[in-house]
Design a protein around this ligand. Sequence first.
Ligand SMILES: *Cc1c(COP(=O)(O)O)cnc(C)c1O
Length: 417
Amino acid sequence: MGLRSNRRTFVGGLGALLASAWGSGRLRTASAAPVPAQPEKISGFGSSGNVYQELGVATVINGQGTMTTLGGSLIRPEVEAVMALATKHFVSIPELERAAGERIAQMLKLPDGYSALVTSGAAAAIQSGLAGLLTGDNEQLIQQLPDLTGLKSEVLIQKAHRNPFDHQLRATGVKLVVIETRDELRNAVGPKTAMMHFSNFANSAGQIKVEEWLKLAKEHNLPAMIDAAADTPPVSHLWDYANMGYDMITFSGGKAIRGPQCAGLLLGRKEMVHNALLNNSPFEDTLGRGQKVGKEEIVGMIKALELYLNEDQEALTKQWWSRLDKISTEVTKVPGVSTAYFVPDVANHVPHVQINWDPRRIALATHEAAGLLRKGTPSIVVESTETGLAMNSFMLQPGEDTIVGAKIAELLRAHPV
Ligand SMILES: *Cc1c(COP(=O)(O)O)cnc(C)c1O
């Protein structure tokens, strides 16, 4: 009885739906060509279309780049669509992780013996990668972290490479052994040494550069990890360091790749990637259980990479330059203002503009200028430097270059000496 009445209700409901679809003309469209999935109609929170405004949190124009504190990057719409597909079924997460890792290794044409793991970010990749190295696949050791009793307990790093993300190394319980010279490195290697870590963005700051660091690691028979979180573009960096021979390489998924914000990649030797996963969510009683990766992020990361690899990088770069040109043209109309372009060597390797002003003509401290732009409407985020402001354009949305140029020009004009 119950079943029949349910069926009737269901059929009745379907009939009503078909009738209304026919009435609105949507069904005819549907029979001719597949209709893209319509977003669910939102009532209540989100119904205005601007969730941030509903919460009273101002959105910003991002001239700073892929900063996690500003939300990283804007996810590609197709990635979002694929993530929505992932929400519709249950799967074994470890099985999905392994399949995704193989697919990513193929897409990036990583060398034989390499695989990939989607993590919750580059920071998580650093932590799980090292954890896996320390514990191997030994369940008891995995549960024991960050207690390193009986395990290797030191990681070598150059002084100039220390940065806030080495907290993820220290979180495993290891001690960082900080060195500067080749001799110091040789003396520091010992039975407790687990790994040599390289921060790619600091390449030029350290005495030992990226290739030599790897060579020294091989000489000492130590695994080498490189953090290249923000180091695309160029796209080729996604395979360059694996081809060079680094054992583990970390990337952010939610920076220039424009994947899910809470995703990243650990690329590395199969066994290391395998052991990293064992130290990570969804496995319990692990150091990485707090770094959950969802099925949505895992498939979203694949899609983001696919799109990133097929993107016309030259056209993108041109667009980034032309936005900066527009801003430069506008601000240099203000007497006493000059601009200069630069591209950082590594990490945020994208066009930047430096906007300088003559303090004899414009009376505004650079940090005040940045602060006023941040507090303005719309709020604009750029960096202040010693001589002026610096910004990039790769996270600007269409039309924002015009706004930024006008607002900075207006601000500087408003502060004559
Ligand atoms: C952003 C960044 C990280 C952290 O990456 P997430 O994907 O946000 O976890 C690590 N190292 C460097 C150098 C970074 O720029």
